[in-house]
Design a protein around this ligand. Sequence first.
Ligand SMILES: O=CCCCC(=O)O
Length: 474
Amino acid sequence: MAIATINPATGETLKTYEPLSEAALEDKLARAAAAFAEYRLTTPRQRAGWLRAAADVLEGDTDAVAELMTTEMGKTLASAKAEAGKCVKALRYYAEHGEDFLQPKPTDAEAVGAIEAYVVHQPLGVVLAIMPWNFPLWQAMRFAAPALMAGNVGLLKHASNVPQTALYMEELFRKAGFPADVFQTLLIGSGTVERVIRDDRVVAATLTGSGPAGQSVAAVAGDALKKTVLELGGSDPFIVMPSADLDKAAEVAVTARCQNNGQSCIAAKRFFVHTDVAEEFTRLFAEKMAALTVGDPMDDGTKVGPLATEDGREDVERYVQDAVDKGATVVVGGRRVDRPGWFYEPTLVSGVTPEMAMHSEEVFGPVAALYTVADLDEAIRIANDHVYGLGANLWSEDQGERLRFIRDVQSGMAFVNGMVTSYPELPFGGVKQSGYGRELTEVGMYEFANAKTVWIGPPGRQQGEGDTAAAASE
Ligand SMILES: O=CCCCC(=O)O
């Protein structure tokens, strides 16, 4: 795919970029390695100061960068501003807590015959981040803020359709006063990723994206014995039980499905409704989906903008057509919008069965699949019978049901009476084919840190026989 800004609301190509030449890429890798040699020696306090400065710069740039995101991938301007605000929050979160996370963690020195024993988290080195277009600032920041706080150096290979947002990320850290080359954007195609991962100066990679992209990054990194974190797809269940506040659940269901024009890994995609409330919930859900204003993402009143790419809209159309062909009913929507750009109506499909592709795959657009279930066990059973395990939502006032859901649902995140959302203060990630590793909080920060064990013995003491049994037997 060409590296270009193409406005999805009009289909117009606004700017194209040449990928980096091999010489330019080599220069950037050399700079990253040189930057790490110095940056690893900076103190957590210094890094926290630069993160705070980045938060201030981004706060000032919010309107401009939000407009860039909306132009490049079609999210509403309001949600683009909110995304920038969330990045500011994440930068401040790590500035505030990062020093604490990086404090040496003392252990029981006496138990290991030491005068001092502790674990210290040190940076790994140059980390490659391969990021998607759907939250072009947030997903890159979710990597960058903890990684830079930990003392790593970042290289960003962003999706080819958000090059201007990608370049802004590099500019942001430069403007904030970080040492030169601590964060660089690589304008490269996906065919060059393997070469970067295999480069000796790169120590690890993180990817947010599709399953196939995750497989290929993990295979190359595995072959080169380099650490990876993968955040892949999701088809999050949203379960509604009879005790739920149905109106609230339906309102949140609409947001959970149509956020970001339906293009989020943690969007709720499969809706399981207890048979006793299925009719009422479906009515409310359908009403609220139909009431969404679809239109120019730059307009204040717009709730759903275009899909980011033409191919993406074709995929969504195919999923809906396939379901209809196999017997599903379109309750609301189900068509492209008749205007330039890649718009698709918010859509509710009922009667979804396992033969339909939307049952077992991820639909990346504003299309909700509705199921009626006899009880919570059936909902959890169907929810779990899936390759993905990212987030899961339950609406219930019953404490027993909540505890069963939390215990049994196969996901990295479980939200009750609310929708799955990422917060800097909570770990983020999935299980099964939704990936591995975690982002955010100290858990995310430690993914790209060397948890170094330190043991300091008393003067003149020999370690005991028991301590060295393994060594002695060699
Ligand atoms: O596609 C993944 C979306 C993650 C969105 C978020 O972190 O809020």
